[in-house]
Design a protein around this ligand. Structure first.
Ligand SMILES: Nc1ncnc2c1ncn2[C@@H]1O[C@H](COP(=O)(O)OP(=O)(O)OP(=O)(O)O)[C@@H](O)[C@H]1O
Length: 248
């Protein structure tokens, strides 16, 4: 952690005994976590640990049992679009930009999360373009022709168009060159410094722990460690299992 939490320590998300089952496969087994308002919380763990399942359960893309409170209100029975409308918005693994649409058209899709209260579109675009100037330059370009890093920026920008209060990022560094990863993570820190709560899922444990305030380790659907990111970064088991080449 290299920057302070700049808001109160109220819980933005309180996850309690969350379970996700796919036919015959249990992906999450009684996961309990609390994400504080204004922090960057990171979830690290190996391939297949259930990290994406947790993000998808929080945003309602996959069904789960157990409780998820957002701002003190139980919301695990709400459909995904209502969760987005309340400000819980995901940047999916693999970016998922719509290749045949332009950068601008992809950004406009992010406004769907706003429902009827659309507000000032230009102000929202200006905010995204201030964070990622390359998207302003390329606004008319088809998204499928962007580089991986630019697509990741677009995926984040699209989520920002929906006014997230909690932004969930699933593996934002995946497949990107180090210099581009640094740009993306600088933007993530900046959003947090402006007050946004961030839930970051990463296989790049070193980077994730450097960026976050608090962290948890997920293995085979269970939380096996949880604490201050600084402390976990110096935990010998974390160093051994997650800081080698295999981490990414
Ligand atoms: N739609 C699905 N149907 C069946 N099984 C699934 C589905 N999605 C995930 N799984 C399984 O659930 C478990 C957890 O997967 P999940 O994608 O949540 O893990 P992960 O930690 O995000 O891994 P990765 O880093 O590879 O994305 C794995 O065993 C995976 O094969």
């Amino acid at each position: 952690m290299n920057h302070p939490i700049n808001q109160s320590a109220a819980h933005a998300l309180a996850i309690d005994r969350l379970e996700v089952h796919y036919q015959g496969i249990t992906a999450l087994r009684g996961v309990s976590l609390q994400i504080k308002q204004g922090e960057i919380f990171t979830l690290i763990g190996p391939n297949g640990a259930g990290k994406s399942s947790l993000v998808n359960a929080v945003t309602g893309i996959v069904p789960s049992t157990g409780s998820i409170e957002f701002g003190g209100r139980e919301f695990n029975r709400l459909p995904s679009y209502q969760r987005a409308r309340l400000g819980v918005i995901q940047v999916p693994e693999g970016r998922r930009v719509i290749a045949p649409l332009s950068v601008l058209e992809n950004l406009m899709l992010g406004r769907e999360a706003l429902g009827a209260r659309k507000g000032d579109v230009q102000a929202d675009l200006d905010r995204v373009f201030a964070l990622f100037p390359i998207l302003a330059e390329r606004r008319q370009q088809l998204s499928g022709t962007l580089s991986g890093g630019q697509q990741q920026m677009l995926a984040i920008g699209r989520a920002l168009m929906g006014h997230p209060r909690v932004l969930l990022l699933d593996e934002p560094s995946l497949g990107l060159a180090p210099v581009i990863i640094a740009d993306v993570f600088r933007a993530i820190r900046r959003l947090n410094e402006e007050g946004m709560t961030i839930f970051l899922v990463e296989q790049n444990a070193r980077l994730a722990l450097e960026t976050a305030h608090r962290a948890a380790v997920l293995e085979q659907g269970r939380i096996v460690k949880q604490g201050e990111a600084d402390v976990l970064a110096h935990d010998p088991e974390v160093e051994e299992h997650y800081f080698g080449q295999a981490a990414h």
